[in-house]
Design a protein around this ligand. Structure first.
Ligand code: ACO
Length: 431
């Protein structure tokens, strides 16, 4: 049966001419607007969309989000089921391979990543060059970029085998670099990876091992960290993923693109939010100070960090999973005293007209910081932990971008509103 082609008809009031633009996937192509001109040598109509509020920059089969219904799917699988039934290694495989692994595939995948956890000894020297109080995210971003110099063949981005090596190396080495950044900041010797441990367990060992011959991670904390990695693994075209795709579209090597993505994640409006939440809770200090704090937020004197999301306007499904996870973690670590402030803040905000009207709900970062803190991660490490999970998503999105024949180097247009052409006056003639 022939389906009726959907179109959008636009009439240009300047010329009276009508144009029919095809609609595909409820979207028109911005370049189809270029035919709308007054004079033949006009550039044609453009769309103006700062911050990409209504512009799709790619077609993707990786992650689906329905922000109004609070739905998040990776390759079609609900985040709740992935968090319950899978390990982070399975989810990373799923994101990069578009299918859940069989037992044999998972074993091979895990083994390949595990055998790439060690870093070149010179990376330690790089770490040693940082000031003792350097922010670990700054160190992590720099270390990712530095990896590009150790693996120059990664530049062959159109070679599938080279790309695979990059996945093993980046997923394998990211936790090692993250832990090295932490150990440097506390003046402790670097701990080499333990390939007998799980992905999350090995990371905990590299973070916290002191003199014990064999570090045994607490299974509940190890599982909680693994789930947190899953929850952060991908989130379609967010700021850092857009950075990965955009920088990667220049065909730079994936280590540099990942460093750019991590840099984007560092910002307090993105991956830095969980750090900002903890600082905010610390600043509030006690429950009785909450009403005054909320008043200030409503007066525009700051934001309620960990609340609000560009896409979720109902609730963030990841926040519900994290809230449950927090209870399990606190049974091992003891209750984080800041939890009471957070719960009360959430209760008050969810009843307040300001937040209701703007559809502001807790996002993934509102409670993740409390878990991290209970697990003894310093606040500075929070965005680094986020990056460890998100690395899998960045790589999957980078791969999809490279294999998409419609993609080119990312290069937005602008509306120029500056001065017209003018002559440069001599220095002595300027006032
Ligand atoms: N606290 C108070 N007011 C807020 C908040 C907040 N957290 N978030 C949004 N608003 C208000 C804005 O002031 C604005 O009000 P107005 O219409 O009266 O001007 C309205 O809600 C809409 O806000 P926008 O900034 O337009 O929303 P946008 O979609 O651009 O921003 C963002 C989304 C950046 C996440 C924002 O909600 C925010 O800054 N939240 C706090 C930081 C945070 O938690 N970030 C983590 C995001 S999740 C992640 O990256 C993993």
């Amino acid at each position: 049966m022939e389906t009726k082609k959907e179109t959008l008809t636009i009439t240009d009031s300047r010329t009276g001419k009508a144009y029919e633009l095809p609609i595909e996937n409820e979207t028109i192509r911005a370049t189809d607007l270029r035919q709308i001109k007054v004079k033949p040598d006009d550039f044609g109509i453009m769309t103006y969309d700062p911050a990409y509020m209504a512009t799709a920059s790619c077609k993707s089969t990786i992650t689906f989000i329905d922000g109004d219904k609070g739905i998040l799917l990776y390759r079609g699988y609900p985040i709740e089921q992935l968090a319950e039934k899978c390990s982070f290694m399975e989810v990373a495989y799923l994101l990069l391979n578009d299918a859940l692994p069989t037992k044999a595939q998972l074993d091979a995948w895990t083994s390949l990543i595990t055998t790439h956890t060690f870093v070149h000894e010179n990376m330690k020297k790089l770490m040693d060059g940082f000031h003792h109080d350097a922010h670990p995210m700054g160190m992590f971003v720099s270390a990712l970029a530095a990896l590009s110099t150790f693996y120059p063949t990664a530049k062959k981005i159109h070679d599938p085998e080279e790309r695979k090596m990059t996945y093993y190396r980046l997923l394998g080495k990211a936790p090692t670099l993250a832990a090295f950044a932490y150990r440097h900041s506390v003046g402790m010797p670097y701990v080499h990876p333990d390939n007998e441990l799980s992905y999350a367990g090995n990371f905990l060992a590299m973070m916290y091992r002191v003199a014990e011959p064999k570090f045994k991670p607490n299974p509940i904390l190890e599982h909680a960290l693994d789930v947190l990695f899953i929850l952060h693994a991908d989130h379609e075209q967010n700021c850092s993923t857009s950075a990965m795709r955009s920088v990667g579209s220049s065909h730079v090597d994936p280590y540099c693109a990942a460093a750019a993505a991590a840099a984007a994640l560092y910002g307090p409006l993105h991956g830095g939010a969980n750090e900002a939440v903890l600082r905010m809770l610390d600043e509030i200090g006690s429950k009785d100070k909450i009403p005054a704090f909320i008043k200030e937020v409503k007066e525009g004197k700051g934001r309620l960090m960990g609340f609000g999301h560009r896409v979720y306007k109902n609730y963030d499904p990841r926040a519900s999973i994290i809230k449950r996870l927090a209870d399990q973690v606190f049974e091992v670590t003891g209750r984080n005293p800041m939890l009471d402030i957070a719960l009360e803040l959430e209760r008050i905000a969810l009843q307040d007209e300001y937040f209701i009207k703007r559809k502001l709900y807790p996002n993934v970062d509102f409670y993740s910081g409390l878990i991290y803190q209970a697990m003894k991660f310093p606040v500075d490490m929070f965005p680094v932990l986020f990056a460890l999970g998100r690395m899998s998503g960045w790589l999957a999105q980078w791969q999809e971008m490279l294999l998409d024949s419609e993609q080119k180097i990312a290069r937005p247009r602008q509306i120029y509103l500056g001065a017209g052409k003018r002559d440069v006056p001599m220095l002595s003639q300027r006032s």
